[in-house]
Design a protein around this ligand. Structure first.
Ligand code: ATP
Ligand code: MG
Ligand code: FE
Length: 356
């Protein structure tokens, strides 16, 4: 089976051809991504109108490039998978409508994919991870700990009650006058800072619920920056290091609880369970190291797909379509509408999964 995937939910325009071999193994045949980073960096964040226009301009050429690189013609693919949500509605309309048009023209089925499901299933494409497993999604728009029980069977154990983790990095960077996107800039500055200089809050640490909260941290960063004004290079480095330290300690507590809960819920798994990460913040080395150590302590496998498959891409969308197709699950109707909000666990019925 061979699928063309399309992703346009945020600020990356992407197209990809992914193959599923008879033994279930996935193979990315082509994977092209055009980041709109430059268009948006001037504004310090993604501007929806600019994003939608950029998707319109780029998408048809990217699809052509993905097909060319895969040495495939549209008529040779078995289906089209396009992101239908959640995300910025302008971009979703562009991607889903293009997907529909291509599927219709080729006479192939269309799969309308939940972007978060793409992130959730990526580790099965890269590492063949078996259900059930835990997925931590940390991006600019999402911070979620999800129990992945099967294709279409997701339980959100925790989510942010305010800012996403990537957003916290971005806002901290903005406050300190660092470039956009903030994550890499904060990480770089933190490398030579004193992480003990500021005692920033560690929101929700110690609480039984598995949610996250980062807006208080951002406020504390602002206060620290104001108190130190005018901030020197050294102040910035110390604030970033202390901020990152607070994040890492917080995540260690939150995710540690999640791993324990997983062991409680699946005592007889018969193999080492896996924690899978996704999202741009997964690139953060301090966070990665902490999660790896945490997994070792709780005898979990730690799985971090390569960076370009952690951030937004179309290979994960194609793969999510392939997973559904391989199970013989129905394709989507051409009347399917894009949805800017679409929680991953909104489908009540489990399609297939652990213990079924
Ligand atoms: P989504 O709609 O899936 O939430 P997004 O475009 O907001 O998508 P990604 O592209 O997955 O998210 O990731 C971008 C985020 O990752 C930004 O907030 C960025 O600051 C953050 N980030 C990238 N690299 C690092 C890093 N090294 N440390 C911390 N954060 C990082
Ligand atoms: Mg992005
Ligand atoms: Fe994403």
């Amino acid at each position: 089976l061979r699928i063309l995937g399309i992703e346009t939910s945020c600020d990356e325009t992407a197209a990809s051809v992914v193959l599923r071999h008879a033994d279930g193994r996935g193979e990315i045949v082509s994977d092209v991504v055009l980041s709109q980073l430059e268009e948006h960096s001037l504004y310090g964040g993604v501007v929806p109108e600019i994003a939608a226009r950029a998707h319109v301009e780029a998408l048809d050429l990217l699809v052509e490039e993905a097909l060319d690189k895969a040495k495939t013609r549209l008529l040779d693919i078995d289906a089209v998978a396009a992101t239908a949500g959640p995300g910025l509605i302008g971009g979703l309309i562009v991607g889903l409508m293009t997907g529909k048009a291509l599927a219709r023209a080729a006479g192939k089925p269309l799969y309308a994919i939940n972007h978060l499901e793409g992130h959730a299933l990526t580790a099965r494409l890269t590492d063949g991870v078996e259900f059930p497993y835990l997925m931590l999604l940390v991006s600019g728009g999402h911070t979620q700990l999800v129990l992945v029980r099967g294709v279409g069977d997701y339980v959100r154990w925790g989510t942010t009650i305010d800012d996403a983790l990537g957003e916290a990095f971005d806002k901290t960077a903005k406050l300190l006058g660092l470039p956009y996107p903030g994550g890499p800039a904060v990480e770089r500055a933190a490398a030579h800072g004193d992480e003990k200089r500021f005692a920033f809050p560690r929101p929700l640490v110690g609480e039984a619920r598995l949610d996250f909260s980062f807006s208080g941290l951002k406020t504390a960063v602002r206060q620290a920056a104001e108190a130190a004004a005018p901030v020197t290079e050294k102040d910035i480095a110390d604030i970033c290091a202390s901020f990152q330290r607070a994040i890492v300690r917080t995540m260690d507590d939150r995710i540690g609880r999640g791993l324990k809960r997983f062991h409680d819920e699946f005592p007889g798994l018969g193999r080492q369970p896996a924690l899978v990460v996704a999202g741009g913040v997964a690139a953060n080395k301090a966070l990665r190291a902490a999660l790896l150590a945490l997994c070792e302590r709780h005898s979990f496998r730690f799985i971090a797909p390569p960076h370009h498959l952690c951030t937004d891409n179309a290979a994960m969308i194609a793969w999510a379509g392939l997973e559904r197709m391989a199970l013989g699950l129905p394709a989507d109707d051409f009347s399917t509408a894009p949805r800017s909000r679409w929680p991953l666990d909104s489908k009540a019925e489990a399609l297939i999964g652990f213990g079924k």
